[in-house]
Design a binder for this molecule. Structure first.
Ligand code: APR
Length: 250
């Protein structure tokens, strides 16, 4: 009897987990008008539910990411980033000159969330899921790889990347930006990559950094490369001051 009660309580707790996660998913999704969020949830969930949490490859999200029309090109406004999450999102949330993956519907819904499934279960779990580096094919990491691929595939015109000038190596070939996004920028669609190297007073790195030379080399031939050092406070001024035209931010 005690075991039965415990099993029911545990069952309800897990059910609660799915419901809480789904509630967050749907609520965040509904901030975007004109989408069928229930339909997006079903396409999302089928990628990992009932699967071992280390056995969800990025292809599991193909249906969600490529068939549902959730990534639309925003020429000249696409913003990539690496190791600058807070400053870039503070900027894109306040000004609409640039759009990051996390400002699109899917990126915004799943930003900062953790989820996974379990073999033999139809629930979504939010605890006990593998860490980012625990195994390659975990549901969270595979999702970001898949979404980043789709985001880079629609990049067009002049694209921007905010990189961190306060670390010795602003460009990491193994990061999502380096291993996925840069490789998928295509010269028939993308004219230039403009690096904004975010610096602080104690500037550790500038545009002559060796890792940035690697970035330039990794670009598809025909894509122009530019780099500019911009202080974090200059970006914050632009975030909070609508009167500064986007083109004058840096
Ligand atoms: N543990 C947990 N999360 C991680 C880890 C990690 N070790 N590495 C990356 N992530 C996730 C986190 O959500 C983190 O905020 O990826 C995000 C970005 O990681 P960075 O190393 O800062 O940058 P990068 O790997 O280059 O990814 C950024 O991918 O999100 C897209 O389009 C976006 O251009 C951006 C790029």
């Amino acid at each position: 009897f005690v075991i039965a009660v415990l099993a029911i309580v545990l069952g309800l707790t897990l059910r609660q987990k799915t419901n809480t996660f789904k509630t967050t998913f749907i609520a965040r999704c509904e901030r975007f008008k004109g989408y069928d969020c229930e339909n997006i949830w079903v396409a999302f969930e089928q990628a990992y539910v009932g699967q071992d949490a280390c056995n969800v490859p990025m292809e599991a999200y193909d249906h969600l990411v490529t068939n549902m029309g959730l990534f639309k090109p925003a020429c000249n406004r696409m913003m990539f980033w690496s190791k600058t999450k807070d400053v870039v999102h503070d900027f894109t949330k306040k000004r609409d000159c640039f759009l990051t993956l996390e400002d699109t519907i899917l990126g915004s819904v799943l930003d900062s969330l953790t989820w996974c499934g379990k073999e033999g279960s139809s629930d979504t779990f939010t605890t006990g899921c593998p860490e980012w580096n625990y195994c390659e094919n975990n549901p969270v990491r595979s999702f970001w790889k898949s979404a980043s691929s789709a985001f880079a595939d629609v990049a067009c015109g002049n694209v921007t990347a905010m990189l961190n000038g306060s670390i010795p190596t602003p460009f990491h070939p193994a990061s999502i930006f380096g291993s996925i996004e840069v490789k998928r920028l295509n010269s028939t669609r993308t004219r230039s990559l403009n690096v904004v190297l975010v610096t602080q007073k104690n500037m550790l790195t500038n545009c002559t950094n060796a890792s940035l030379k690697e970035l330039e080399k990794a670009l598809d031939e025909g894509i122009k490369y530019n780099c500019k050092e911009v202080t974090e406070s200059q970006i914050q001024d632009c975030s909070s001051n609508e009167d500064i035209p986007c083109g004058a931010c840096w």
